[in-house]
Design a protein around this ligand. Sequence first.
Ligand code: ZN
Length: 64
Amino acid sequence: MAKARIGLYEVKGDTLTRTHRSCPKCGPGTFLAEHKNRRSCGRCGYAESRAPPPPKGKSPKSGG
Ligand SMILES: [Zn+2]
């Protein structure tokens, strides 16, 4: 009996959301490892850079 992997999917209401991106080379069955600033596939070695986090704190508005 195989136990389903927990944590790769997130169910919100009636929508199933993938929390992990799948590898474009290996297919939807292989998920990329989440790193701080990139994702990598432990199977084929594929890696992609993640988008930088949005700036927070200072706002360009109301300068002075
Ligand atoms: Zn891969």
